[in-house]
Design a protein around this ligand. Sequence first.
Ligand SMILES: [Zn+2]
Ligand SMILES: [Zn+2]
Ligand SMILES: [Zn+2]
Length: 238
Amino acid sequence: MIACGCAVCTSSNPKDNRLRSSILVQSATTSFVVDTTPDFRQQMLRINNRKLDAVLFTHPHKDHIAGLDDIRAYNYFQQKPMDVYANSLTTEALIREFAYAFSEKKYPGVPEINLVTIDESPFVIGDIPVTPIVAWHYKMPVFGFRFGNFTYITDANKIDENERQKITGSEIMVLNALRKEPHVSHFTLDEAIQVVGELKVPQAYFTHVSHQLGKHDDINDELPLHIRLAYDGLQLSI
Ligand SMILES: [Zn+2]
Ligand SMILES: [Zn+2]
Ligand SMILES: [Zn+2]
């Protein structure tokens, strides 16, 4: 957190040093990100990610979309527009907030975006099947996504019963857990632990963690062994 001197923000443990939340999903032939955070450029540079086939968005909050302009590099090297999948609430926000990329007369070099409005119907990107899962972020519907046996849900504090059925059978789930104190639009640590238990997912990682939660190693020590805090650079194979 900018301008914060707390124990997490001043920690020397790299796992306490977090960029904004997103994931890169890769198969042998397909590669896409879920959300382009304000740190997207740094995240792609950090791992020298050379190929990106698509972007999926969870919801239109700035900490999840602000980095979209930087897909320009992939436009340049891949010589084609970027496929961007999002619900209508998010596509409207993208057109509003990146108006220069959608205007009639575009300045040369602006990001080239192929917007695909999605609903709850499953679809496929390359060889990766995608099932959208609707969750609630206070009163905003957000998309989580299931890819095979892996489910990713960030920025939510409620998942309805019928949507929970779409998660059942996942082997690994990533879920948001902001802090211990109640929050209007994010699961607390206890609420997230409860959801993992209710869904009977055998392995879970918590993301979108605030500096207010406490130090990574301390919180991990408090958690049951099948639940761990995620950290920047964490890689999972499924
Ligand atoms: Zn802090
Ligand atoms: Zn949000
Ligand atoms: Zn967020």
